[in-house]
Design a protein around this ligand. Structure first.
Ligand code: APR
Ligand code: PHB
Length: 393
């Protein structure tokens, strides 16, 4: 088999890159180790920056999102028994965010790929990257027990945090930066109306909480739990009681509870690998970086990597601009480190980081300062809606 761009992984990164390339007439094949159903069963965040939304439109997959997604012009931070609103429109030059679940987005991208008759090979095993430093890189893998070889011009490693692409960069050139946080998020999905029409991030001495949604009839809530917490120990009743204790009035009184559709615990991590290019191999999305979910940057960072790689490959194929290939990693990393900073900062400001009372007062002062001053609100709003993309040159 031969294609122009071989893509490993059919998460949002691989699917979006594949769709943009396909529309531009650049052939690509995706290999994925799971089944389509498994890929669609993963429940993740759903806050899209405007840059992500326009890229999805450019890829031709914005129709259902425009119809079913909800534009949010503000976000709230609750602490000290009150809730303060960050007016995104006012403090981020009219920009907003769109709430649309990642599962739905993945579904739309998969449907578009099927409609375009682009090839995705599911349930592949033993994927391996070969000769990324030469002009003739290729992948090998097995499907249904048969060994295959896929020759290509470029390889996009869109295979998430636990993929194989990152390790294809030799250890002596690869630098990994990591921070693991001493707590996790217990998430609950329920078919109940969300407590607020806006997302509410809550800081409380009992721990962080988050009120989010998938639609006006489906809520997504989270509470911070210790790293060793077990989902079996958290009945729905215990979850709702804890959430109410952490929320201020009127939310604590007004919240509508119901049976959980899904409940799971995820750890929090910050991670970046440098560089993101090794010859003709490019790392994209979670394969190269992880952010803690406070700030909802994971999917948006994946989209901004896709944006850069797509625009660079377009110029490479159309104008012969191979000089741009080495700009991929620095362009991505500039934006990634800033989103890492924002996600880490929001996490540190809103969670119970230590039992030290001085630290606790520092958090309160920080929250009060940033949500109570024009410059603070601007800093949160501009980062929340997403920093601008640069031109690839
Ligand atoms: N061979 C083939 N496919 C693989 C391999 C492999 N060796 N390893 C991993 N994959 C697949 C996974 O099964 C998964 O479907 O790569 C895909 C990676 O998808 P994601 O983990 O969703 O990563 P990405 O597409 O970069 O999406 C980033 O997902 O985790 C969230 O916060 C993150 O929202 C962000 C988005
Ligand atoms: C979610 O809706 O799952 C969600 C929203 C905002 C976040 C994280 C997760 O910061």
């Amino acid at each position: 088999m031969r294609t122009q761009v071989a893509i490993i992984g059919s998460g949002p990164s691989g699917l979006l890159l594949g769709q943009l390339l396909q529309n531009a007439g650049i052939s690509n094949v995706i290999i994925e180790r799971r089944s389509p159903d498994y890929v669609l069963s993963r429940i993740r965040a759903g806050v899209l920056e405007e840059g992500t939304v326009s890229l999805l439109h450019e890829a031709g997959v914005g129709k259902r999102m425009d119809h079913e997604g909800v534009v949010h012009t503000g976000v709230q931070i609750a602490f000290g028994g009150m809730s303060r609103r960050i007016d995104l429109g006012k403090y981020a030059e009219g920009k907003t965010v769109m709430v649309y679940g990642q599962t739905e987005l993945t579904r739309d991208l998969m449907a578009a790929r099927t409609a375009a008759a682009s090839l995705t090979l599911y349930d592949v095993t033993d994927a391996a990257i070969h000769q990324p430093l030469t002009d003739h890189p290729y992948l090998t893998f097995s499907v249904n027990g048969i060994k295959e070889r896929l020759d290509c011009d470029y390889i996009a490693g869109c295979d998430g945090f636990r993929g194989i692409s990152r390790d294809a960069i030799p250890a002596n050139i690869r630098h990994e930066y990591e921070k693991i946080y001493p707590f996790g998020w217990l998430g609950l999905l329920a078919d109940t109306p969300p407590v607020s029409h806006e997302i509410v991030y809550g800081a409380h001495e009992r721990g962080f909480s988050l009120c989010s949604m998938r639609s006006m009839t489906r809520s997504r809530y989270y509470v911070e739990v210790p790293l060793d917490a077990k989902v079996e120990d958290w009945s729905d009743d215990r979850f709702w009681d804890e959430l109410k204790k952490r929320l201020p009035e009127p939310y604590s009184a007004e919240i509508i509870t119901g049976p959980s559709l899904e409940k799971s615990i995820a750890g929090l991590r910050s991670f970046v690998v440098e560089p993101m290019q090794y010859g003709r191999l490019f790392l994209v999305g979670d394969a190269a970086h992880i952010v803690p979910p406070t700030g909802a940057k994971g999917l948006n960072l994946a989209a901004s990597d896709v944006n850069y790689l797509y625009r660079i490959l377009l110029k490479v194929y159309r104008e012969g601009r191979i000089d741009l290939l080495e700009k991929y990693s620095p362009l991505c990393l500039d934006r990634i480190w800033k989103a890492e900073r924002f996600s880490w900062w929001m996490t540190s400001m809103l969670h119970r980081m230590s039992d030290n009372y001085f630290d606790h007062r520092m958090q309160q002062a920080e929250l009060d300062y940033f949500t109570g001053s024009e410059e603070g609100l601007r800093a949160i709003a501009r980062n929340y809606v997403g920093l601008p993309y640069q031109d690839v040159g």
